[in-house]
Design a protein around this ligand. Structure first.
Ligand SMILES: [Zn+2]
Length: 281
Protein backbone atom coordinates (compact mmCIF):
# COMPACT_ATOMS: atom_id res chain seq x y z
CA UNK A 1 0.00 0.00 0.00
CA UNK A 2 1.61 3.25 -1.10
CA UNK A 3 -0.73 6.21 -0.86
CA UNK A 4 -3.89 7.32 0.97
CA UNK A 5 -5.81 10.24 -0.49
CA UNK A 6 -7.77 12.91 1.43
CA UNK A 7 -10.96 10.85 1.32
CA UNK A 8 -9.19 7.79 2.66
CA UNK A 9 -8.99 5.80 -0.59
CA UNK A 10 -5.90 3.64 -0.77
CA UNK A 11 -3.56 3.05 -3.72
CA UNK A 12 -1.31 0.03 -4.00
CA UNK A 13 1.47 -1.50 -6.07
CA UNK A 14 1.89 -5.19 -6.84
CA UNK A 15 4.13 -7.53 -4.85
CA UNK A 16 5.10 -10.01 -7.57
CA UNK A 17 3.23 -10.29 -10.87
CA UNK A 18 -0.49 -9.51 -11.11
CA UNK A 19 -3.02 -9.46 -13.90
CA UNK A 20 -4.89 -6.24 -13.15
CA UNK A 21 -8.07 -7.60 -14.70
CA UNK A 22 -8.12 -10.35 -12.05
CA UNK A 23 -8.12 -7.68 -9.31
CA UNK A 24 -11.12 -5.57 -10.18
CA UNK A 25 -14.08 -6.21 -7.92
CA UNK A 26 -12.26 -8.35 -5.34
CA UNK A 27 -12.56 -8.42 -1.56
CA UNK A 28 -9.21 -7.38 -0.13
CA UNK A 29 -7.57 -7.30 3.29
CA UNK A 30 -4.99 -4.73 4.43
CA UNK A 31 -2.77 -6.29 7.07
CA UNK A 32 -2.47 -3.31 9.42
CA UNK A 33 -0.37 -3.24 12.57
CA UNK A 34 -3.41 -3.74 14.81
CA UNK A 35 -5.01 -6.41 12.66
CA UNK A 36 -6.64 -7.07 9.31
CA UNK A 37 -8.80 -4.35 7.76
CA UNK A 38 -11.41 -5.25 5.15
CA UNK A 39 -11.55 -3.41 1.84
CA UNK A 40 -12.66 -3.80 -1.75
CA UNK A 41 -10.67 -3.01 -4.87
CA UNK A 42 -12.63 -1.45 -7.70
CA UNK A 43 -12.90 1.25 -10.29
CA UNK A 44 -15.85 3.37 -11.32
CA UNK A 45 -19.05 1.60 -12.38
CA UNK A 46 -19.51 0.48 -15.97
CA UNK A 47 -22.23 3.11 -16.52
CA UNK A 48 -19.68 5.81 -15.80
CA UNK A 49 -16.90 4.41 -18.01
CA UNK A 50 -16.52 6.11 -21.40
CA UNK A 51 -16.70 3.79 -24.45
CA UNK A 52 -12.89 4.10 -24.81
CA UNK A 53 -12.34 3.32 -21.10
CA UNK A 54 -14.42 0.15 -21.41
CA UNK A 55 -12.04 -1.20 -24.05
CA UNK A 56 -8.86 -0.29 -22.17
CA UNK A 57 -7.01 -2.62 -19.82
CA UNK A 58 -6.65 -0.63 -16.59
CA UNK A 59 -3.34 -0.18 -14.81
CA UNK A 60 -2.72 -0.51 -11.09
CA UNK A 61 -2.89 3.28 -10.75
CA UNK A 62 -6.49 3.23 -12.08
CA UNK A 63 -7.75 1.05 -9.20
CA UNK A 64 -8.18 1.93 -5.56
CA UNK A 65 -9.03 0.17 -2.32
CA UNK A 66 -12.08 1.38 -0.45
CA UNK A 67 -11.92 0.65 3.30
CA UNK A 68 -15.17 2.45 4.00
CA UNK A 69 -13.41 5.17 6.01
CA UNK A 70 -14.53 8.78 5.77
CA UNK A 71 -11.14 10.40 5.32
CA UNK A 72 -7.39 9.95 5.38
CA UNK A 73 -7.23 10.53 9.12
CA UNK A 74 -9.57 7.63 9.85
CA UNK A 75 -7.65 5.41 7.40
CA UNK A 76 -4.39 6.20 9.17
CA UNK A 77 -5.83 4.96 12.46
CA UNK A 78 -6.10 1.51 10.86
CA UNK A 79 -3.46 1.19 8.14
CA UNK A 80 -0.09 2.67 7.18
CA UNK A 81 1.93 3.12 4.01
CA UNK A 82 3.86 -0.11 3.44
CA UNK A 83 1.22 -2.43 4.89
CA UNK A 84 0.81 -5.54 2.73
CA UNK A 85 -2.54 -6.20 1.07
CA UNK A 86 -3.92 -9.58 0.02
CA UNK A 87 -7.06 -10.99 -1.46
CA UNK A 88 -9.51 -12.05 1.22
CA UNK A 89 -8.24 -15.48 2.17
CA UNK A 90 -10.48 -18.50 1.90
CA UNK A 91 -10.85 -21.98 0.48
CA UNK A 92 -13.59 -23.38 -1.74
CA UNK A 93 -13.85 -27.06 -2.55
CA UNK A 94 -14.79 -27.77 -6.17
CA UNK A 95 -15.82 -31.04 -7.81
CA UNK A 96 -13.44 -34.02 -8.11
CA UNK A 97 -11.32 -33.05 -5.11
CA UNK A 98 -10.23 -29.78 -6.72
CA UNK A 99 -10.06 -26.64 -4.60
CA UNK A 100 -9.83 -22.91 -5.28
CA UNK A 101 -8.16 -20.24 -3.15
CA UNK A 102 -5.88 -17.25 -3.50
CA UNK A 103 -2.22 -17.99 -2.85
CA UNK A 104 -2.26 -21.70 -3.67
CA UNK A 105 1.06 -20.50 -5.13
CA UNK A 106 2.63 -21.32 -2.80
CA UNK A 107 0.73 -22.38 0.28
CA UNK A 108 0.48 -25.81 -1.34
CA UNK A 109 4.28 -26.04 -1.33
CA UNK A 110 4.36 -25.44 2.42
CA UNK A 111 1.70 -28.12 2.94
CA UNK A 112 3.51 -30.65 0.74
CA UNK A 113 6.89 -30.31 2.43
CA UNK A 114 5.41 -30.43 5.94
CA UNK A 115 3.28 -33.46 5.08
CA UNK A 116 6.34 -35.16 3.56
CA UNK A 117 8.32 -34.38 6.72
CA UNK A 118 5.50 -35.82 8.85
CA UNK A 119 5.60 -39.06 6.86
CA UNK A 120 9.40 -39.23 7.00
CA UNK A 121 9.38 -38.63 10.78
CA UNK A 122 7.18 -41.70 11.26
CA UNK A 123 9.89 -43.91 9.71
CA UNK A 124 13.65 -44.18 10.20
CA UNK A 125 15.35 -41.92 7.65
CA UNK A 126 19.11 -42.26 7.16
CA UNK A 127 19.44 -38.70 5.93
CA UNK A 128 18.94 -35.50 7.90
CA UNK A 129 15.76 -34.01 6.46
CA UNK A 130 14.79 -30.35 6.68
CA UNK A 131 11.51 -28.81 5.56
CA UNK A 132 11.59 -25.10 4.84
CA UNK A 133 8.78 -22.65 4.19
CA UNK A 134 10.63 -19.93 2.30
CA UNK A 135 9.54 -16.30 2.14
CA UNK A 136 9.76 -13.77 -0.72
CA UNK A 137 10.09 -16.28 -3.54
CA UNK A 138 8.08 -14.00 -5.84
CA UNK A 139 10.47 -11.11 -5.40
CA UNK A 140 13.82 -12.76 -5.97
CA UNK A 141 13.95 -16.20 -4.28
CA UNK A 142 15.18 -14.44 -1.18
CA UNK A 143 14.13 -16.89 1.55
CA UNK A 144 15.53 -19.81 -0.44
CA UNK A 145 18.94 -18.15 -0.66
CA UNK A 146 19.28 -17.60 3.07
CA UNK A 147 17.78 -20.91 4.18
CA UNK A 148 19.82 -22.99 1.71
CA UNK A 149 22.97 -21.19 2.82
CA UNK A 150 22.17 -21.84 6.48
CA UNK A 151 21.24 -25.53 6.06
CA UNK A 152 24.06 -26.22 3.56
CA UNK A 153 22.37 -29.33 2.09
CA UNK A 154 23.87 -31.85 -0.32
CA UNK A 155 20.52 -32.19 -2.03
CA UNK A 156 17.35 -30.15 -2.12
CA UNK A 157 13.89 -30.44 -3.63
CA UNK A 158 12.00 -27.28 -4.46
CA UNK A 159 8.21 -27.56 -4.43
CA UNK A 160 6.30 -24.99 -6.41
CA UNK A 161 3.22 -24.74 -8.56
CA UNK A 162 3.33 -25.03 -12.33
CA UNK A 163 0.75 -24.13 -14.93
CA UNK A 164 -1.91 -26.73 -15.56
CA UNK A 165 -2.71 -26.54 -19.26
CA UNK A 166 -6.04 -28.40 -19.15
CA UNK A 167 -8.25 -25.33 -19.38
CA UNK A 168 -9.52 -23.48 -22.46
CA UNK A 169 -7.36 -21.24 -24.68
CA UNK A 170 -3.99 -22.81 -23.85
CA UNK A 171 -1.90 -24.15 -26.73
CA UNK A 172 -0.29 -27.45 -25.68
CA UNK A 173 2.31 -27.10 -28.45
CA UNK A 174 3.52 -23.99 -26.68
CA UNK A 175 3.04 -24.91 -23.02
CA UNK A 176 3.15 -28.72 -22.90
CA UNK A 177 0.52 -30.98 -21.38
CA UNK A 178 -0.15 -30.82 -17.65
CA UNK A 179 -3.51 -31.93 -16.24
CA UNK A 180 -4.90 -31.28 -12.77
CA UNK A 181 -5.16 -34.51 -10.79
CA UNK A 182 -2.74 -36.49 -12.96
CA UNK A 183 0.02 -36.18 -10.39
CA UNK A 184 2.85 -33.82 -9.52
CA UNK A 185 5.05 -32.61 -12.37
CA UNK A 186 8.75 -33.52 -12.52
CA UNK A 187 10.45 -30.99 -14.81
CA UNK A 188 13.66 -31.88 -16.64
CA UNK A 189 16.22 -29.29 -17.59
CA UNK A 190 19.38 -27.47 -16.51
CA UNK A 191 17.91 -26.62 -13.13
CA UNK A 192 17.02 -30.22 -12.27
CA UNK A 193 19.80 -32.66 -11.40
CA UNK A 194 19.31 -35.66 -13.76
CA UNK A 195 20.09 -38.26 -11.07
CA UNK A 196 17.59 -36.70 -8.67
CA UNK A 197 15.00 -36.59 -11.45
CA UNK A 198 15.62 -40.24 -12.39
CA UNK A 199 15.27 -41.36 -8.78
CA UNK A 200 12.01 -39.45 -8.37
CA UNK A 201 10.66 -41.09 -11.53
CA UNK A 202 11.65 -44.60 -10.50
CA UNK A 203 10.30 -44.20 -6.93
CA UNK A 204 7.03 -42.93 -8.39
CA UNK A 205 6.82 -46.01 -10.62
CA UNK A 206 7.58 -48.40 -7.74
CA UNK A 207 4.93 -46.82 -5.49
CA UNK A 208 2.43 -46.33 -8.33
CA UNK A 209 2.32 -42.59 -7.70
CA UNK A 210 1.16 -40.78 -10.86
CA UNK A 211 3.60 -38.14 -12.13
CA UNK A 212 3.75 -35.92 -15.19
CA UNK A 213 6.80 -34.82 -17.16
CA UNK A 214 7.69 -31.34 -18.31
CA UNK A 215 10.63 -29.71 -20.04
CA UNK A 216 12.21 -26.65 -18.45
CA UNK A 217 14.90 -25.40 -20.83
CA UNK A 218 16.10 -22.55 -18.64
CA UNK A 219 16.66 -21.66 -14.99
CA UNK A 220 13.52 -22.33 -12.97
CA UNK A 221 11.76 -19.15 -11.86
CA UNK A 222 11.37 -20.65 -8.40
CA UNK A 223 13.39 -21.67 -5.36
CA UNK A 224 15.13 -24.46 -7.31
CA UNK A 225 17.26 -21.80 -8.94
CA UNK A 226 18.58 -20.36 -5.67
CA UNK A 227 18.94 -23.85 -4.20
CA UNK A 228 21.02 -25.19 -7.10
CA UNK A 229 23.42 -22.25 -6.95
CA UNK A 230 24.01 -22.36 -3.20
CA UNK A 231 27.68 -22.33 -2.17
CA UNK A 232 29.47 -24.93 -4.36
CA UNK A 233 26.22 -26.20 -5.88
CA UNK A 234 23.38 -28.40 -4.59
CA UNK A 235 21.87 -31.42 -6.37
CA UNK A 236 18.41 -30.03 -6.97
CA UNK A 237 15.08 -31.61 -7.78
CA UNK A 238 11.79 -29.95 -8.64
CA UNK A 239 8.36 -31.27 -7.74
CA UNK A 240 5.65 -29.04 -9.16
CA UNK A 241 1.93 -28.93 -8.40
CA UNK A 242 -0.37 -28.26 -11.36
CA UNK A 243 -2.27 -25.00 -10.87
CA UNK A 244 -4.90 -23.26 -13.01
CA UNK A 245 -5.24 -19.44 -12.90
CA UNK A 246 -1.94 -18.82 -11.12
CA UNK A 247 -1.62 -15.44 -9.36
CA UNK A 248 -5.36 -14.89 -9.20
CA UNK A 249 -7.93 -15.02 -6.38
CA UNK A 250 -9.19 -18.37 -7.71
CA UNK A 251 -6.10 -20.52 -8.16
CA UNK A 252 -7.28 -24.11 -8.62
CA UNK A 253 -5.34 -27.22 -7.63
CA UNK A 254 -6.15 -30.90 -7.15
CA UNK A 255 -5.80 -32.06 -3.56
CA UNK A 256 -4.85 -35.49 -4.95
CA UNK A 257 -1.75 -33.93 -6.53
CA UNK A 258 -0.73 -32.52 -3.15
CA UNK A 259 -1.09 -35.93 -1.45
CA UNK A 260 0.88 -37.62 -4.22
CA UNK A 261 3.65 -35.00 -4.15
CA UNK A 262 4.05 -35.39 -0.38
CA UNK A 263 4.13 -39.20 -0.64
CA UNK A 264 6.73 -39.07 -3.41
CA UNK A 265 9.01 -36.65 -1.54
CA UNK A 266 8.72 -38.69 1.66
CA UNK A 267 9.70 -41.86 -0.24
CA UNK A 268 12.57 -40.00 -1.84
CA UNK A 269 13.91 -38.85 1.56
CA UNK A 270 13.55 -42.38 2.98
CA UNK A 271 15.45 -43.85 0.00
CA UNK A 272 18.59 -41.80 0.70
CA UNK A 273 21.65 -43.51 2.19
CA UNK A 274 25.17 -42.21 2.94
CA UNK A 275 26.35 -43.92 -0.26
CA UNK A 276 24.08 -41.88 -2.52
CA UNK A 277 25.94 -39.87 -5.13
CA UNK A 278 24.07 -37.42 -7.31
CA UNK A 279 26.97 -36.41 -9.51
CA UNK A 280 25.43 -36.43 -13.00
CA UNK A 281 26.84 -39.17 -15.21
ZN1 LIG B 1 4.11 -17.32 -8.25
Amino acid sequence: MKYIDDRGFVWVDGIGGWDIQMLIGQNMVVWGRSGPVNGVIARKAIHLLSPEDRKKVPEMKDLWIDLGVKDREQALQLVAVGDPVTFELGFRPLQNNLAAAPGMDNKVGAWVVLEALRQVAAEAPQAAVFAVSTVQEEIGLRGAQTSAFAIDPQLGIAVDVTHATDCPTLDLKQYGEVDLGDGPVLPRGPNANPEVHARLVSLAQQAEIPVQMAALPRAASNDANALQLTRGGVATGIVAIPNRYMHSPVEVVSLNDLENAARLIARFCLSLTPECDFTPR
